[in-house]
Design a protein around this ligand. Structure first.
Ligand code: GLC
Ligand code: CA
Length: 563
């Protein structure tokens, strides 16, 4: 058992633009984060992951960086950042930066130079190619719809962008790019930041010669995808970054790596690899998407047996070899209570059940802002109210294809990234207490019912349940280091597993739906009713647990047993 502080930590993710606005311009800011540090400390979290705050023209809310060593003016100044770091550290909280190494903004001075002429010294900082047969150099499709290639008149060539055309990919085959990046990462480490989330890191290497994908007509989820994801060279580059820079600091790192399973993930996070501490995997995020077609937008219902299969593989394969990053929600995903729970009748119960599941797994749990009060998806009636570049591009592409608008909107309501990006709901005042002005994106109209102010007044709130889950992690080592074992693999409604460390065992019982299934506890697993660690319903202290249990809708319980 290889103990590390980042294994014992809980991470809270902040999407600054939607967290708290302190100057009334409708945009969340650095001072807003500082103002809520006590709130986060009270919740019990250890690390704050802040989505990009660097200088940016904001085509993709900061994921298009135009200066890695400056702060977006809407968010504040470098002095504000330094103060945030200081105020966080003073409270024993760590700060993890979100760093985009795969691409920059098209307004980054490197790109402005790069596009100026073919012989500019920065030309080779990006990926430029001549067109082929009057079209783009290959058939790869962008994550944000359309070709990955953008034609540029000045030099009559195309540049590559896996995301929006305002996010040109850097050329990591250029040693100068590598050198610049290492220097920049070190600069932040010297400032005292405690870690990095490396955005889109799986894509920094591309297949030699940039060949066509086998099947052009899909988003990069199937084969073209393999030509720019998780290639061997990504590991070489990360290993260099680790040995030359990261290794010298006691930090935590997590990489965003779509398109891989646990076996492949070990090549990033295996204890002997010297690359990353953990990665965000996407397999459970894809359970409600049909493969092929238009990728994530091609919706199908998810089912519990598949969730068990996916999560169990990650738990088992990484145990004692690497480490998991566990999450339900982030700024790119719909709200988890709307997606995997019931955001109407059983919003509170299902939010708590989902939290129990994630926090009791082996791995570091990540909480996304608003998750701790059970914030839900949004369904704006008009596309004009959406802000996300991915959503807007999808809408336009589908409209051009002649898909009826109501069909498009239905999908957008389920999957748009803006579901997670509506402002944090602090209280019942106008704009949910997020801003004194008009928010950059509309607040969810359910804020009078779902907000932090009310949550803090109600001892049964989702907030206090999260607080308790986090506190339990600090009390019971088994929650951090215990070995996972799945029970009832075939049960379609109940997810039950154990975690074992030495002679301590946890029994985690989760009813994933609104029914009331009966549960017979397996032989040798009859808990002492007084050893209940947490539950989302009242449970009698003298309940007879030798008999069949009838679970209530979305009920979750965690018991401590002797192994
Ligand atoms: C990652 C980020 C996402 C961003 C994209 C491009 O997937 O999480 O928000 O749009 O990278 O940087
Ligand atoms: Ca502001």
């Amino acid at each position: 058992m290889n103990k590390k502080w980042w294994k014992e930590s809980v991470v809270y993710q902040i999407y600054p633009i939607s967290f708290l606005d302190t100057n009334g311009d409708g945009i969340g800011d650095m001072r807003g984060i500082i103002a809520k540090l006590d709130y986060l400390k009270e919740l019990g979290i250890d690390v704050i992951w802040i989505c990009p705050v660097y200088k940016s023209p904001n085509h993709d809310n900061g994921y298009d960086i135009s200066d890695y060593q400056d702060i977006m003016k809407e968010f504040g100044t470098m002095d504000d950042f330094d103060q945030l770091l200081w105020e966080a550290h003073r409270r024993g909280l760590k700060i993890m930066m979100d760093l985009v190494l795969n691409h920059t903004s098209d307004e980054h001075p490197w790109f402005i130079e790069s596009r100026a002429s073919k012989d500019n010294p920065k030309r080779d900082y990006y990926i430029w190619r001549k067109g082929k047969n009057g079209g783009p150099p290959n058939n790869w499709e962008s994550y944000f719809s359309g070709s990955v290639w953008q034609y540029d008149e000045t030099t009559d060539e195309y540049y590559l962008h896996l995301y929006s055309k305002h996010q040109p990919d850097l050329n990591w085959e250029n040693p100068n790019v590598i050198g610049s990046m290492h220097e920049m990462v070190e600069w932040w480490l010297k400032k005292g930041v405690d870690g990095f989330r490396f955005d889109a890191i799986a894509h920094i290497a591309k297949a030699a010669g940039l060949p066509d994908g086998a099947n052009p007509n899909h988003l990069p989820t199937v084969r073209a995808y393999d030509l720019f994801s998780n290639l061997e060279n990504v590991h070489t580059l990360l290993n260099n970054l680790y040995e030359q820079v990261l290794f010298h600091y006691d930090i935590m790192t997590v990489g965003e790596t779509s398109g891989l399973g646990p076996e492949q993930a070990l090549s990033y996070v295996g204890d002997t690899r010297n690359e990353l501490n953990m990665v965000f995997q996407f397999e459970h995020m894809q359970l409600d998407a049909a493969s092929g077609g238009s990728g994530k937008w091609n919706i199908r219902p998810w089912n519990l047996l598949e969730l068990k299969k996916v999560m169990t593989a990650w738990q088992v394969d990484l145990h004692d070899k690497g480490w998991n990053a566990n999450y339900w929600c982030n700024h790119d995903q719909p709200r988890c209570v709307s997606r995997f729970g019931d955001d109407k009748k059983y919003r509170v119960e299902s939010a708590k059940m989902l939290a129990t599941f994630m926090h009791m797994l082996e791995g570091t749990p990540y909480i996304y802002q608003g998750e701790e009060i059970g914030m839900t998806n949004i369904a704006f009636q008009s596309i004009d109210d959406y802000r996300d570049v991915e959503t807007l591009n999808f809408y336009e592409e589908q409209m051009n294809k002649g898909v009826p608008e109501d069909k498009i909107m239905e999908v957008i309501w389920k999957k748009s990234r803006d579901n997670a990006r509506t402002p944090m709901q602090w209280d019942k005042s106008e704009e949910a207490g997020f801003s004194k002005g008009r928010s950059w994106i509309q607040v969810n109209s359910n804020y009078p019912m779902i907000n932090v102010e009310d949550a803090l007044k109600d001892p049964d709130s989702i907030y206090y349940y999260y607080k308790k889950l986090i506190a339990l992690r600090k009390e019971h080592e088994v929650i951090v280091y215990g070995k996972y074992e799945l029970l009832l693999p075939e049960d379609p409604e109940i997810y039950m597993y154990t975690r074992t460390l030495g002679d301590v065992r946890l029994l985690v019982i989760l009813n994933f739906f609104g029914g009331e299934p009966e549960l017979e506890l397996p032989q040798g697993m009859n808990p002492n009713p007084r050893e209940l660690l947490i539950s989302n319903y009242p449970v009698k202290g003298d309940e007879d647990l030798t008999r069949t249990l009838r679970l209530r809708p979305y009920e979750s319980r965690v018991y401590k047993l002797q192994a």
